[in-house]
Design a protein around this ligand. Structure first.
Ligand SMILES: NC(=O)c1ccc[n+]([C@@H]2O[C@H](COP(=O)([O-])OP(=O)(O)OC[C@H]3O[C@@H](n4cnc5c(N)ncnc54)[C@H](O)[C@@H]3O)[C@@H](O)[C@H]2O)c1
Length: 337
């Protein structure tokens, strides 16, 4: 089947493209390349356009009227940038998604899988969150994700659309076949920084925040291999209608599903796992938490299994080793200015 992927030139979108191709499907990428990489679009059907460009979308669907569903990954994703530039984030993520959903509906393409985020959850005792857990997005970025979910939910209720919001936990690693991975020059998340430290590109790994009420005081996350994440999208698209039947929600056309492993891992535990895989210890230093940091969360992962037949399969060690491999391989693949 053909699947439209907005943001298909990005880290997660490009990995979804590879997973679709491996299953015999055809990804069609719509991406403005505002942050994405042209290298990830090579050999693929690619439209360089903005998600709010309705003329470009009309062209996509004229060329490919048999597109079955849209996976909406396109977004700006840098939390500190969203704090200093909220207008940019609300415009690019919220206002433009509003236009995208409107255009898709107008053209009659009403199946949407949406990249949401676990960053919208509030902190809960024990740190495990079900899809019903309270929400408290704490940055402009995470509020854009929350708003996009609400818009999609309302559009589904009003306009005959069907939406599945997938709340990603913390993607790590790269395509195991090394076709794509993290593309930003200076990654800001934990595994990216560990790789940078291992490769000598930064002198020391800072454990930011050691006072949380977790088992060792450091933040807790649910690290999910990006390939497992990508596979979940294939199942969400292939089993799109079935997911609603299984949910017993034939009347409610909007579903929310967590995508995580179901296991919480602290920063210290991640450092230990990384050192084991890398075979060397790394220089680390404790530092205060940064503004906006949270203790974290991990997924209650049962609904993904019940509705999509999906669960994470790849161990954290593979996420780490694929991230390390990609840290070297990407120098051959990506050509930064
Ligand atoms: N990476 C994470 O840790 C994480 C966690 C939770 C959720 N998500 C969500 O997953 C999605 C993909 O994230 P990613 O890590 O692959 O980010 P990314 O920056 O690698 O990819 C985003 C892509 O969207 C494109 N894009 C942005 N605005 C656009 C627009 N207006 N029109 C067309 N294209 C546009 C960019 O060029 C880029 O290729 C995002 O929606 C993000 O919010 C990511």
């Amino acid at each position: 089947m053909k699947v439209l992927i907005t943001g298909g030139a990005g880290y997660i979108g490009s990995t979804i493209c590879s997973a679709l191709e491996d299953q015999g499907h055809t990804p069609i990428i719509l991406d403005s390349l505002v942050t994405g990489r042209p290298e990830f679009t090579r050999g693929r059907i690619f439209y360089q356009a903005d998600i709010a460009d309705s003329a470009a979308l009309e062209q996509v669907f004229r060329d490919h009227p048999d597109i079955y569903a849209t996976i909406h990954c396109a977004a700006l994703i840098v939390v500190p940038e969203s704090t200093s530039q909220p207008y940019l984030y609300y415009r690019e993520n919220v206002a433009k998604s509003l236009e995208l959903f409107h255009t898709l509906n107008r053209l009659g393409y009403n199946r949407i899988v949406f990249s949401s985020s676990a960053a919208i959850y509030d902190e809960v005792p024990g740190y495990m969150v079900t899809e019903e857990a309270p929400l408290a997005p704490n940055s402009p970025y995470s509020r854009t994700k929350f708003m996009m979910e609400m818009i999609l939910r309302d559009f589904c209720a009003a306009y005959g659309m069907k939406g599945i919001a997938l709340r990603y936990f913390n993607p790590i690693g790269a395509d195991p076949k090394m076709r794509s991975g993290i593309h930003v020059k200076n990654p800001s998340h934990v595994v990216g920084k560990l790789v940078e430290t291992a490769l000598g590109k930064q002198p020391v790994f800072e454990i930011t925040g050691t006072h949380w009420a977790t088992r060792d005081g450091t933040g807790i996350r649910d690290y999910i291999h990006v390939w497992d994440l990508a596979r979940a999208h294939i199942l969400a698209v292939e089993g799109f209608e079935r997911a609603f039947e299984r949910a017993g929600q034939l009347q409610d056309p909007y579903l929310v599903i967590n995508l995580g492993t179901g296991h919480g891992v602290t920063v210290r535990e991640m450092v230990t796992a990384f050192e084991k895989v890398y075979g060397q210890s790394l220089p680390t230093r404790e530092a205060p938490s940064r503004p906006g940091d949270v203790a974290g969360a991990y997924a209650s992962a049962g609904r993904a299994w019940d509705l999509l037949g999906w669960k994470a399969e790849l161990p954290i060690e593979q996420g780490i080793s694929d991230a390390i491999r990609w840290g070297e391989e990407r120098l051959k693949i990506l050509h930064w200015d």
